[in-house]
Design a protein around this ligand. Structure first.
Ligand code: ZN
Length: 359
């Protein structure tokens, strides 16, 4: 007789079957199903009836893992540093002399790699399977993150965007703002020509650096906290996804309401909206916490929030949605061991409550 846990997941390497209440596909439809995984790929999904499932004691929830669409993992070295009242966004994070850049330049490479390794491990534990990072420090900085990824053993899928020469050894370029000057547009164009990925911070503080960023036809815009309706329409028409980082905007004083970033408006105008956690210096790279904040402050539906937390995986051409043919990037929750047993809506609970995944 197998134990309940063994029955839930029969495993041999990366080939196994698992069953439970599954959050399926791009519509996040909840259904009892058995998933067969072969060599890390979802081979088949067979819906089962709930009575048979209950008999197998397989009441666990199975949800897609998350893609964190905007991080600065290097900032881990300055976690929760004391900042003086009245410091502006530029004082804190603008290159080249903002507080974070001064700290990064003084940090020994071993410490930097160790800090990023620890953040990667935290991300894995909190159900993130991939991320897009703006990596400072040129080629050396990019290589430090690659080393951290190896050291972490997390197997997280990374889209690494360098700058100051780092773009040549990364997947592309992550530009601080078009306010930095004309030259950044040239770097973006060169990267695009090479087939690299181009992303800009835009609209974090005001609208001024947005239009030039959209003109560059990037693969991703970050923030758009203060974007106008017409700027959002341009993004929708050009199909440029937007990574919003609401907790970061609030903690850095760039927003005090759910009007910034205008997530509801973004969705209504047809923009693809993704969720990111931004600087680890101020915000833990925890997608459960980010979803929970969005859920409380922005009044979106669980499906909309889940999509924002998962769909960024399309940026790496490896979607995490639970569909046949996709990689097996999901996590499980056993509601029987906590108050989640009383949940009337697993999707709402996952989005609202910062749950603790099993693996
Ligand atoms: Zn950023």
């Amino acid at each position: 007789m197998k134990s309940g846990k063994e029955m839930r997941k029969m495993r041999a390497g990366d080939t196994y079957t698992i069953s439970g209440k599954v959050c399926l596909g791009r519509e996040f439809e909840l259904a009892y199903a058995e998933i067969a995984v072969e060599n890390g790929i979802i081979k088949s999904i067979v819906e089962t009836d709930s009575a048979a499932n209950a008999a197998n004691a397989a009441e666990q929830w199975i949800f897609p893992r998350f893609f964190n669409a905007h991080t600065h993992l290097g900032d881990t070295v300055a976690m929760d540093i004391h900042t003086k009242p009245g410091m502006t966004l530029s004082d804190l994070v603008a290159p080249p002399n903002g507080l974070k850049h001064r700290i990064l330049s003084e940090t020994p490479s071993g410490t930097l790699t160790d800090a990023m390794t620890q953040s990667l491990k935290f991300m894995k534990r909190s159900a993130t399977a991939g991320f897009c990072d703006f990596r400072e420090g040129g080629a050396e900085g990019v290589n430090a993150l690659k080393t951290a990824l190896d050291n972490s053993g997390t197997g997280l899928k990374a889209l690494i965007l360098g700058r100051n020469g780092g773009e040549s050894v990364a997947d592309g370029i992550g530009i601080s703002s078009t306010k930095e000057g004309e030259q950044v547009l040239e770097y973006a164009a060169e990267t695009k020509k090479r087939g690299g990925f181009v992303a800009f911070h835009a609209g974090e503080k005001d609208t001024r650096d947005i239009d030039a960023a959209i003109d560059a036809q990037p693969d991703l815009l970050i923030h758009m906290t203060h974007a106008t309706d017409s700027q959002l329409r341009r993004c929708a028409e050009s199909e440029i996804p937007i990574a919003v980082c609401p907790r970061s905007n609030h903690i850095l004083g760039q927003s005090t309401s759910n009007e910034h970033p205008p997530i509801r408006k973004m969705l209504d105008l047809g923009c693809e909206v993704l969720l990111g956690t931004d600087n680890v210096m101020f915000v833990q790279p925890d997608m459960f916490a980010e979803m929970s904040f969005v859920s409380y402050a922005y009044g979106l539906t669980p499906d909309e929030i889940l999509n924002m937390a998962v769909a960024g995986s399309k940026l790496i051409n490896s979607p995490f949605f639970i569909e046949e043919g996709n990689i097996a990037a999901f996590f499980t929750i056993n509601p029987e061991t906590s108050n989640l047993r009383f949940s009337r809506s697993p999707k709402k609970s996952v989005v609202n409550r910062g749950v603790i995944p099993e693996y």
